[in-house]
Design a binder for this molecule. Structure first.
Ligand code: PMP
Length: 443
């Protein structure tokens, strides 16, 4: 099959070093199950669920069929003062899966839009309660909440922020990062830490801004894009308590941890902590069609509906042309059915143990390895950076692994594997062995 029939002049690739890519492209043309086919006819195992999205594996017939059927039935319908049957079905399924009284789903199209939507809901909610002065947001160092201005502002990955300088939201602060060097090695457990990572919130951040001015705190339950950093035991519960004490909304960005990655429906279930808003995207449609959203607790929605304005007035002036797109929502309904029928969240938890065991037994003691972390169906190996060239070692290893048939994820000098939940042990062995060979080759 001739797969190399494309011209690279026009496509400016996102999140990619374009100059290097054009000399040595990585282009997919097909995918099935755990495996991609590249433009030059090679097979590459999907070790990162593409971008943490493909929980059920590629080319799943029930999902594809649902999309095709939906295209032939209702291809699109306006989201302005109207909706479609699929949006109601998907929202109901998602609300039923979500813990506590997280029952109201505001759809959007991506994790970035979910982040900005949740921050806007927080402002509007406080305003509706007569607390419009609450407009400070708190994120966390190395947090990732997408590329919208809101998400970037509360996010804390320096490379994502540095070129925007002061153009980001002004009233934002950041919790300190959750990594304790004493816990460099975490094997399928929540680490215990002597460090109190929330002390600074109580001692510096809240007094500085006055807690009564803080609208929301947003965190990823496990820091995904930073390189799978796991909070110490009790951290999220304590964060919940502090938020409750001061009337601050707690937002979990579950774009990565949502829909099965932790072996549970959500990270909120894994940690037994219910946030006020829960952001999702990625795995909700198995990555096949873009869809994101924010699940809000009843009291947020109820407050927004309690308004003196006339009934024809829009209570929350926010939405996207494609909010609740019928094809995306049909994909979500089919995807969530597949997850349930195949019990894939539990499977993710089980295979996560296999992955974690493989990581710890394979990487411990290899050259430059300074940490190994596993929890849920994701594991990370952290390498000492090359002096003066942070990120280069992991990038080179990523490129090398790709050539050897394994797609892994570099994040700074961390390499992450987080495969689809349908992964088999033989895939894990191949992924981990390929990565280990590359780590040795780049010593
Ligand atoms: N939040 C988190 C936690 C993410 O991991 C991501 C994407 N990796 C986003 C938000 C942004 O999602 P998207 O790329 O769909 O905008």
């Amino acid at each position: 099959m001739a797969y190399n029939d494309f011209n690279m002049d026009s496509h400016w690739l996102p999140f990619t070093p374009n100059r290097a890519f054009r000399k040595d492209p990585r282009v997919f043309v097909a995918a099935d199950g755990m495996t991609f086919t590249t433009h030059d006819g090679r097979q590459v195992i999907d070790g990162i669920s593409s971008l943490w999205c493909v929980g059920a594996g590629h080319n799943r017939k029930p999902i594809n069929d649902a999309i095709k059927k939906q295209l032939d039935t209702l291809d699109y319908a306006t989201a302005f003062q109207a909706s479609n049957d699929q949006a109601f079905k998907a929202a109901e399924m998602i609300a039923q899966m979500a813990p506590g009284d997280l029952n109201k789903v505001l759809f959007c199209n991506s994790g970035s839009e979910a982040a900005d939507t949740s921050l806007k809901v927080a402002l509007a909610y406080h305003r509706a309660r007569g607390e419009g002065h609450r407009n400070v947001f708190i994120g966390r160092e190395k947090g990732y909440h997408g590329v919208g201005f809101g998400g970037m502002s509360v996010g804390g990955i320096p490379a994502n922020r540095k070129v925007y300088g002061t153009a980001l939201l002004p009233r934002v602060d950041h919790l300190r990062f959750i990594h304790d060097p004493a816990n460099a090695y975490i094997h399928n457990r929540e680490p215990e830490s002597q460090e109190d990572f929330l002390l600074e919130l109580e001692n510096r951040i809240l007094p500085l801004h006055d807690p009564s001015n803080v609208a929301a705190i947003i965190v990823e339950p496990v820091a995904g894009s930073a390189g799978w950093y796991i909070p110490p035991r009790g951290y999220l519960k304590r964060l919940r308590e502090i938020c409750d004490k001061h009337g601050i909304l707690l937002i979990f960005d579950e774009v990565i941890t949502g829909f099965g990655r932790m072996g549970t429906a959500f990270g909120a279930d894994f940690y037994g902590v219910v946030p006020d808003m829960l952001n999702f995207a990625k795995c909700v449609t198995n990555g096949v069609i873009p869809l994101g959203g924010v699940i809000c607790r009843d009291r947020i929605y109820d407050q927004m509906m309690k308004t003196d304005a006339a009934e024809h007035v829009i209570e929350f002036f926010h939405g996207y042309t494609y909010s609740g797109h019928p094809v995306a929502c049909a994909a979500a309904v089919a995807t969530l059915d597949v997850y349930r029928q195949e019990n894939l969240f539990a499977r993710a938890g089980e295979m996560g143990k296999v992955l974690g065991d493989a990581f710890h037994s394979t990487f411990k003691g290899l050259p430059n390895v300074i940490g190994i972390r596993s929890l849920g169906l994701a594991a990370a190996v952290e390498l000492a950076p090359i002096a003066g060239s942070p990120g280069k070692r992991a990038y080179d290893i990523f490129v090398d692994c790709f050539k050897k048939g394994a797609l892994v994820r570099p994040a700074g000098d961390v390499l992450v594997i987080a495969p689809p939940y349908v992964v088999e042990k033989e895939h894990i062995d191949r992924l981990v062995n390929t990565l280990a060979d590359s780590v040795k080759a780049h010593a």
